[in-house]
Design a protein around this ligand. Structure first.
Ligand code: S3P
Length: 167
């Protein structure tokens, strides 16, 4: 990836449970960058959980707030930014990410993601049949994650190994 001056953010994108937030912590420590989790920014701004935002205001509202928060975050520099899995769905978001940072997509097999999210209550999009939902969402978004500067397959890797691949 090309690293232009003034664009020294690292933006992590990818499906739910590919380990974006976890490896972001290690990356921030390693590089001395500020750690920013866009989902956390949304929760703080809204004063309610992601599940509550979806249940009370719907997905379209969530996406609007997500885009606003992402744009605000991307105004600053030297940050490790982990995004929610659906942050790539709006073209305006991906354009801004590519302009303001190095974008790294994390992937994993459907089997691995299903295992990682089993029992998770905080991901409204997986309510009901999580296995079927994960497979459907992965299929829908396969193309959407291709815009990243580079991609790391995390299947079978621990967090330290994912960190090394990214570095
Ligand atoms: C979503 C992913 C979640 C969160 C919300 C929607 C998605 O973030 O933003 O539940 O559409 O994939 P994680 O990728 O951190 O689970």
């Amino acid at each position: 990836a090309e690293c232009r001056e003034h664009s020294s953010n690292i933006v992590l994108v990818g499906m739910m449970a590919t380990g974006k937030s976890t490896v972001a912590v290690l990356l921030a420590e390693e590089l001395g960058y500020e750690l920013v989790d866009v989902d956390q920014v949304i929760v703080r701004k809204e004063g309610r959980s992601i599940a509550e935002i979806f249940a009370q205001s719907g997905e379209a509202y969530f996406r609007k707030v997500e885009s606003q928060c992402l744009a605000e975050v991307l105004q600053a520099d030297k940050q490790i930014i982990s995004t929610g899995g659906g942050a790539v769905l709006a073209p305006a978001n991906t354009r801004l990410m590519l302009e303001q940072g190095v974008v790294i997509a994390l992937t994993a097999t459907a089997e691995e993601i299903i295992a990682r999210v089993s029992g998770d209550q905080n991901r409204p999009l997986l309510a009901g049949n999580a296995e079927e939902r994960v497979r459907g969402i992965m299929e829908e978004r396969r193309e959407a994650y291709r815009f990243a500067h580079c991609t790391v397959d995390t299947t079978g890797l621990n967090t330290a190994e994912v960190l090394q691949h990214i570095l």
